[in-house]
Design a protein around this ligand. Structure first.
Ligand code: BES
Ligand code: MN
Ligand code: ZN
Length: 496
């Protein structure tokens, strides 16, 4: 998709379709007013019939009016006059979804924008590119029937940019495209079934990414090399599986910056049965999404390389399956982590923290400016925050504040949960340095507290994406979160 900005009156531009916002009061978007004027008031005369109520997200495709250079007009309901960030995104998403069903090839978007203090011209174009690209995403299904033809839409012009901020708005488009491509890469990986997207497959995708970008180097550690790194916790999780585990190291070297890297660590459980502490069968298929952290990291490495970001970034992906078998770890087993701490595994379903603790330890060799792990770590996080916010837990409140703010800017929100010492104390074991679980209460935080025991002295944040990264039900699939949030975060780190 080609995106461009439009600083002039959209009614003067030659496109197949003009997309005009209509509020439930009957008022047009500001740019819609300009379009109406060009049409000699025909748009308002049509609305006066009362056929289109302007409810948020509803759309109506009309033939063009005399005086306009387009062949169609798409009316898009925007609800209240006061346009929120969410409402705007919903209207834009509906508009693009509606356009994708037509033969329209080029469109100019003239919706009412949220207030500039919420969404300046840079963020306007960046978010619009991200939202429009997400709306055009087609799930990579493995259905055998004929695929629907791809949408005809190939160019979108974003109207309403002030000429004085054209440069910032163009930058927003470039950044938005990189972020959108990363999110698509992530979603494609996360949506694949566990029998296709194995640890080996993830490693191949990382190698392929390095093949596309000169600044990316990939190293894949096999089981023997993982053993040489003494990653006893990671090895404990993979024991029950016949699929070989991989530890994927993806390094991006910035063109100029010599500064310490940001390290991203992604949980890569390609299927989580729970192991001997077997999960209930209901919705167990969704545990194919348990590598969404890994998919996020691979997606982010693509974002960073595509932007040529001036910041060193390292992606670490421990990846394996969590399976029951005669060889699998059992409740009560004690293993030794790469950091030397011993862990009593009381519940084999708390496997994410076991692969992450060894990966977090591995990150120390980079002397990173910050380490962020991204993981579908706990059902408890979904109970706490639902599907709307990613959970953030940290030993560095400044880092958490940055992540939360990036979540607001990217409309990919996160919420900090407390991580005080009491939670770590709940992990006490009679037989080892710590247990891998601490009961149900505060489960999202005790999981983070476990990781916290391996990140002392690092500036570290943990993102629990169990609720935000995929949806179940009829629209089951990966959401691409938190690629937009992390893109904003890394862009800001690169420019400071
Ligand atoms: N992958 C799951 C967490 C999860 C649950 C993600 C639901 C998405 C939706 C994780 O490995 C897990 O099983 N966690 C356990 C931890 C418990 C045994 C302490 C959980 O949340 O039940
Ligand atoms: Mn589990
Ligand atoms: Zn898991």
């Amino acid at each position: 998709m080609k995106f461009d900005i439009l600083t002039s009156n959209p009614a003067q531009t030659t496109v197949d379709c003009l997309v005009v916002g209509v509020h439930d009061s009957g008022a047009l978007s500001p740019l819609g007013v300009a379009v109406d004027r060009k049409s000699g008031g025909a748009l308002m005369r049509f609305l006066a019939h009362g056929d289109f109520a302007g409810r948020l997200g509803e759309t109506l495709l009309l033939p063009a009016f005399r005086g306009l250079k387009c062949s169609r007009v798409l009316l898009v309901g925007q609800g209240k006059l006061e346009v929120s960030r969410r409402g705007w995104r919903k209207a834009l998403t509906s508009a693009v979804a509606a356009l994708a069903k037509t033969r329209v090839r080029s469109a100019a978007i003239a919706l009412t924008r949220p207030a500039t203090r919420e969404l300046d011209d840079y963020l306007y174009t960046r978010s619009a590119v991200e939202a429009a690209s997400a709306a055009l995403y087609r799930v990579n299904d493995l259905k055998s029937g004929k695929k629907a033809p791809p949408p005809a839409l190939e160019a979108i012009k974003l109207a309403g940019v002030r000429a004085t901020s054209a440069a910032a708005a163009r930058r927003g488009i470039v950044h938005g495209l990189a972020s959108a491509n990363g999110a698509k890469l992530m979603r494609d990986l996360a949506n694949l079934p566990g029998n296709v997207c194995t640890p080996t497959y993830l490693a191949e995708q990382a190698v392929a990414l390095a093949g596309r970008h000169d600044r990316i180097k990939v190293r894949v550690l096999d089981e023997a090399e993982i053993r040489a790194e003494k990653m006893g916790c990671f090895l404990a999780v993979t024991r029950g599986s016949d699929e070989p585990p991989k530890f994927i190291v993806i390094e991006y070297k910035a063109p100029r910056a010599a500064r310490a890297p940001v390290v991203l660590v992604g949980k890569g459980i390609t299927f989580d049965t729970g192991g001997i502490s077997l999960k209930d069968p209901g919705a167990m298929d969704e545990m194919k999404f348990d590598m969404s952290g890994a998919a996020t990291v691979i997606g982010m490495m693509s974002v960073v390389a595509e932007l040529g970001l001036n910041l060193n970034v390292v992606g670490l992906v421990p990846t394996c399956e969590n399976m029951p078998s005669g060889r699998a770890i059992k409740p009560g087993d004690i293993v030794t982590s790469a950091a030397g701490l011993t862990v009593e595994i009381l519940n084999t379903d708390a496997e994410g923290r076991l692969i992450l603790c060894d990966a977090l330890h591995y990150s120390r060799r980079y002397k990173p400016q910050a380490v962020i792990d991204i993981a579908t770590l706990t059902g408890a996080c979904v109970i706490a925050l639902g599907h709307h916010h990613t959970g953030v837990m940290t030993n560095d409140d400044q880092l958490a504040a940055e992540l939360v703010e990036s979540g607001v800017r990217a409309d990919d929100r996160a919420w900090q949960m407390p991580l005080t010492d009491e939670y770590g104390e709940q992990l006490r074991s009679n037989f080892a340095d710590m247990a891998n679980v601490a009961g149900r209460d505060g489960g999202a935080i005790t999981a983070a507290a476990f990781l916290g025991k391996f990140t002392e002295g690092l500036r570290w944040a943990h993102m629990d994406i169990a609720g935000s990264t995929y949806v179940g039900g009829a629209a089951k699939g990966s959401t691409g979160r938190p690629v937009a949030l992390l893109s904003d975060f890394l862009l800001r780190r690169a420019s400071r």
